[in-house]
Ligand binder design. Structure first.
Ligand SMILES: *Cc1c(COP(=O)(O)O)cnc(C)c1O
Length: 339
């Protein structure tokens, strides 16, 4: 029997329909702007999130880092939450590529208060790095897939707008947020200067993310993508799967959320696990209080047929996705409760 793989929604493989679309995709040289399938995907993405334009990029990391490069100048400061993906999981790119300084704010379940933000914005003083950008994340990976309602960002966006500071949304899983709230992704993106979302997670495409924003922003983003080596040629092969992902795969995310809730309920009744956070979407962060080290726990679970990722001392992360089958949550639960 195959193991139940809950390490990440990035492990999802392209569907038969995606593979067919990839096979049949009309392509051209995208560096010349001549790939019709990439152009169609970018147009569709911009339409879905309500921005003027969009850019197809190889990964979510590159997408976020291009946003930083476009919005800031070297030596400026980027304000971000202490457990944000852009700070924790992008291999130090903010410093290495962006040449920016990071200003970390401690948050509660992935969001700092608007008061803390107000206090972190630098005044006009020769000693200070100018504040160049603020980033927020929805859904929030490290905060257990937390879904933010539009209103929860309202004050943050107002403060940034008063100070003329751009705000980037790391919306890697923005469609999960939209489905969980039963609203359009565009309504969650409104007020942000740019947003990045991933095709290659819950939406099931093999590769790619979209960076979305104004026409002026995307024009410069295109140059930065070239700098980073992310400009591809007949990328329509990849974009074709992305189009299927946007057309067919967003609504079904609801199923992943239901499965996560099902497993969360089993975990809550177990002896040694408790939920790190309420389960809003497709990510469960579980705290373990048994005798095994996190490493030993993860490898024992794997031997029993359940793959999960370690997520810090005494914590594991479990992510639901479209490659799971009926009964997998029950199987996962049965394995987990033994610990
Ligand atoms: C996955 C993810 C990204 C980007 O990841 P890549 O692996 O580079 O595509 C960015 N932000 C969040 C919140 C993510 O979960």
């Amino acid at each position: 029997m195959n193991p139940v793989d809950l390490r990440s929604d990035t492990i999802t493989r392209p569907t038969a329909k995606m593979r067919k679309a990839m096979f049949e995709a009309r392509v051209g040289d995208d560096v010349y702007g001549e790939d019709p399938t990439v152009n169609a995907l970018e147009e569709m993405a911009a339409h879905r999130v309500g921005t003027e334009a969009a850019l197809f990029v190889p990964s979510g990391t590159m997408s976020n880092q291009i946003a930083v490069m476009v919005h800031t100048r070297p030596g400026q400061e980027v304000i971000t939450e202490a457990t944000a993906h852009i700070f924790l999981y992008e291999a130090g790119a903010l410093g290495r590529l962006g040449s920016v300084q990071v200003h970390i704010l401690e948050g509660e379940r992935g969001l700092f208060s608007s008061k803390a933000l107000q206090g972190a914005i630098r005044g006009d003083n020769i000693h200070f790095p100018p504040t160049g950008l603020v980033t927020l994340e929805n859904t929030h990976n490290r905060a257990g897939g937390r879904v933010f309602r539009k209103e929860e960002f309202r004050e943050h966006l107002e403060i940034c707008s008063e100070h003329n500071i751009p705000v980037h949304l790391d919306g890697a899983r923005i469609f999960n947020a939209a489905v969980a709230l039963n609203c359009s992704p565009a309504s969650l993106v409104e007020g942000f200067d740019s947003v990045s979302f991933c095709l290659s997670k819950g939406l099931g495409a093999p590769v790619g993310s979209l960076l979305c924003g104004s026409k002026v922003f995307i024009k410069e983003a295109r140059r930065c993508r070239k700098i980073l080596g992310g400009a591809m040629r007949q990328a329509g092969i990849l974009a074709a799967a992305g189009i299927v992902a946007l057309e067919d795969m967003t609504e079904r995310l609801q199923e992943d959320h239901e499965r996560a809730k099902e497993l969360a309920e089993i975990l809550q009744e177990s002896e040694n696990f408790s939920l790190g956070f309420p389960v809003d979407s497709n990510i469960i962060v579980a705290a373990y209080r048994g005798n095994l080290s996190t490493e030993a726990l993860v490898s024992s679970l794997a031997k029993d047929g359940l793959l999960v990722n370690p997520f810090g001392p005494g914590e594991i992360r479990l992510v639901t996705h479209m490659d799971l089958e009926d009964g997998d949550m029950k199987r996962a639960g049965e394995i987990l409760v033994k610990y």
